[in-house]
Design a protein around this ligand. Structure first.
Ligand code: IVH
Length: 747
């Protein structure tokens, strides 16, 4: 047989794979009728990746393998919109008004009058509660994506938008030579809830609603972060355009459909005021079945020619209006307030409600956030309360119907409610100064143990293989671990027979997995100090703070009893006192001349001490990662029973984490013995080892690694395919190093 028939050329296979992947993407995201399994999709995707790696000249920017690319940006570039991105006039649903749609009726009458015609056809569609973006396709390729900004110029968020898999990077033929699609980026409700639950598990702050989460995500400078968030897009408008005529909104939607660009739906048509009002009412009801937040209906004149006739005001088109729905509210009974212990020990009050149907779901619980919030709204058990959904999805208690308050209802006190003890472990609870949340102070509280073990074992901490959520949970449930350090007391046999299921459906962890865990625990014993510090889950001590602490201290004992951190805190304290006694203080000015002179003295004394200490500290060249907040948190951790316990247990276990980057007073200038001391590197492209590993390698030789190129960059270390960074380095005259040249430098 002829080989040519068996194996297509790489070029044609790459093309075929891209077309297939684009088609399956469309089927999955848009039509919700996938034809292949996720595993099969991944297989096609990997085949494409392999081909592109083997034939770099075939790797193009619009390949689906390049959705997540590019290093974090320092800031967004501005982009001028081809056509101004206008907003629309909001018309409101008026609560308790005789005719709640009065403003909408006025809008329709106005267009009838301006067009001089009774019969005007309009479309009614959901108003998506998201973030507006413009996607510009030139010659069938996504050229860029921009936010609205001030309507004239927006931010270039192309790299972030490219990570949204439902947005095609290239269009099928025939396509218009220029197409600017406007629409909204948002997070589908279900995916948002799952993401929040995951963040909660991991002890990360959760987002208030999908819109906040979307706005925060689109502003992220690192596309890798964006790629992990479940963003979606729906088109609702046309900007700049060069292609065959599109006489009506339907023609525009047909074009979107054919090009595989996700579009807003449903689009209801109405030819009279009555049908318009009915349609808006129907949409207000049906919108709860959509999997994304909507806060109104957008009404648009159907025909482009009529739109042109109506024109624009300075801010908005005269042919469109946004009718905002009031959030649906219901009254219900607050039966009880329960307290949840979060994974970081925070006690969160939760409203237990008489179930009530609200915006498409039955609501029986709502977070009350914290005690202050309850007191501010004066919410009491037994009250009738008004609930609505924040951002259309998270139930919230808006206010109390005080007229319906039973006489026995008492103001709520969280401490009284839980009898001063953590409802999970019975340990003492406390509230830190300046914080609104009560916390459980018991470091062995089971509600916290699982997340602490997970953090301890995570990849950037002690990297203990096989220690996922299920295993950690089983260990805590069976009483084998109360704190992360208990992991070191596990033996292979008890770990192997650990039941991950329950009694009715037992699932053994198994010998092989147990061996892996024990081996990585052995390795963890000699992990570096920075990883150990990160692993302990000390508040405010993230990866970079841990690194900085490890630079300043040789071992853990030194961190726990740090003179540097003490000095940082003392400077902060002296500064605060100095401000208080200052004779120029606005809050408490001196009463007389004598006091003024005394205070001046005291002020000067405090200032002299603070200046002297700051001068000492200057030698350490502290980064902001070791500021007052971190110092305070580290100090209070090692003074707490939990921190003391850690130090004692580590000694007992014979574990003594050492710093791998200990350089408390970095030498400046040529006296340094490290080959890359004082040099700033930026890494780009694909290297022989991962970026993280390369970063570590450079840092152990004294270099600093930065995310973006500037005039201060000494070298760009460039692997395969380092596009835009390479260009920028060339422009700025920054030397570009290949990986092989790095070795010479190190020698
Ligand atoms: S049409 C000339 N349709 O809401 C502007 N906008 O306050 C035409 N929005 O700027 C916009 N869903 O960002 C349109 N179905 C929809 C929409 C929608 C959400 C946003 C859009 C607009 C803002 C109006």
């Amino acid at each position: 047989m002829n080989d040519l028939f068996d194996a297509p050329s790489p070029e044609s296979r790459v093309r075929e794979l891209r077309e297939q992947l684009a088609r399956h993407n469309r089927l999955y995201y848009e039509e919700a009728t996938p034809e292949i399994s996720d595993a099969d999709y991944d297989r096609l995707f990997r085949e494409l990746e392999t081909l592109e790696a083997a034939h770099p000249h075939l790797a193009t920017l619009d390949s689906p393998t390049r959705r997540v690319g590019g290093a974090p940006l320092e800031s967004f570039q501005s982009i001028q919109h081809l056509v101004p991105m206008l907003s629309i006039d909001d018309v409101f649903e008026l609560k308790d008004a005789e005719v709640p749609e009065a403003e909408l009726i006025e809008f329709y009458r106005r267009i009838q009058k301006n067009l001089g015609r009774e019969q005007v056809t309009v479309t009614i569609e959901p108003k998506i509660d998201g973030v507006a973006v413009s996607l510009v396709y030139r010659e069938g390729r996504l050229a860029y994506a921009a936010t609205r900004g001030d309507g004239t110029t927006g931010d270039d968020v192309t790299n972030n938008v490219r990570t949204i898999r439902s947005i095609p990077l290239s269009l099928p033929q025939p396509y218009p030579s220029l197409l600017e699609v406007r629409g909204e980026i948002f997070m589908p409700n279900e995916a948002f809830a799952a993401m929040n639950a995951e963040r909660d598990e991991a002890g990360l702050p959760t987002f208030a609603n999908p819109r906040n989460a979307t706005a925060g995500t689109i502003k992220q400078l690192d596309p890798k972060v964006v790629a992990k968030r479940p963003l979606a897009f729906l088109a609702h408008g046309l900007g700049a355009y060069d292609g065959p005529e599109l006489p009506t909104e339907h023609d525009f939607h047909q074009l979107l459909q054919r090009l595989g660009i996700p579009r807003n739906q449903p689009i209801i048509e109405a030819g009279s005021l009555d049908t318009l009002l009915t349609a808006v009412g129907r949409l207000n009801h049906d919108r709860h079945a959509l999997d994304h937040a909507t806060d109104g209906a957008v009404v648009k004149v159907l025909a482009r020619q009529e739109r042109d006739q109506l024109g624009f005001t300075s801010r908005a088109p005269r042919w469109a209006a946004a009718y905002k729905f009031l959030p649906e509210q219901r009254e219900t009974l607050l039966k009880d307030i329960t307290i949840q212990v979060g994974r970081t020990g925070v006690l969160t009050p939760v409203a237990e409600l008489e179930p009530v149907h609200l915006s498409g779901t039955t609501v029986s619980r709502a977070t009350l956030h914290n005690e202050e919030e309850i007191q501010r709204k004066d919410i009491r058990i037994g009250d009738t309360v008004v609930v609505e959904k924040a951002g259309e999805i998270i139930p919230a208690v808006v206010k109390v119907v005080t007229e319906k308050r039973p006489t026995h209802a008492r103001p709520f006190s969280l401490v009284e409610h839980v009898g001063g003890r953590c409802p999970s472990c019975g340990g003492p609870i406390s509230k830190e100064e300046g914080f609104v949340a009560w916390r459980c102070g018991n470091f062995e509280c089971p509600a916290q143990a699982v997340s602490k073990i997970k953090q301890f074992a995570s990849r950037k901490a002690l990297d203990i293989t096989g220690m996922g959520e299920t295993v950690a949970e089983a260990l805590v449930r069976h009483g084998l671990c109360h704190t992360p350090l208990d992991l070191f007391t596990l033996d292979r046999d008890s770990l192997a027979s650990l039941n991950l299921g329950d009694e009715s459906d037992p699932r053994r962890f198994g010998e092989k997995n147990a061996t892996k865990v024990i081996e990585s625990l052995d390795r963890a014993r000699t992990q570096t100090l920075d990883r150990w510090l990160f692993a302990m889950g000390i508040r405010q001590v993230g990866e970079s703070a841990a690194k900085e602490l490890a630079r300043l201290h040789a071992n853990l004992e030194e961190v726990a009893d740090s003179t540097v951190l003490r000095a940082v805190l003392e400077v902060a304290d002296l500064e605060a006192r100095r401000k208080r006694v200052s004779p120029r203080s606005k809050e408490s000015p001196p009463a007389n001349e004598v006091e003024k002179a005394q205070r001046q003295d005291e002020h000067d004394r405090l200032k002299a001490r603070a200046d002297a200490l700051s001068l000492d500290l200057a030698a350490f060249k502290l980064s902001p990662d070791a500021g007052t907040v971190v110092a305070e948190s580290v100090r209070s951790f090692f003074q707490s029973p939990a921190g003391q316990h850690v130090l004692i247990r580590l000694r007992e276990l014979g574990i003594d984490p050492r710093s791998a980057n200990y350089r408390p007073t970095p030498p400046t200038g040529p006296q340094s013995d490290q080959p890359l001391a004082g040099k700033t590197f930026v890494i780009t492209g694909t290297l022989s080892i991962s970026r993280d590993d390369m970063k570590q390698l450079l840092e152990t030789h004294g270099a600093k690694v930065s995310g973006s190129i500037s005039g201060n960059t000494d070298y760009l270390l460039c692997g395969e395919g380092g596009g835009s960074k390479r260009d920028k380095a060339e422009k700025l005259g920054v030397p570009i190093l290949e990986e092989s040249q790095l070795q010479d430098l190190l020698n």
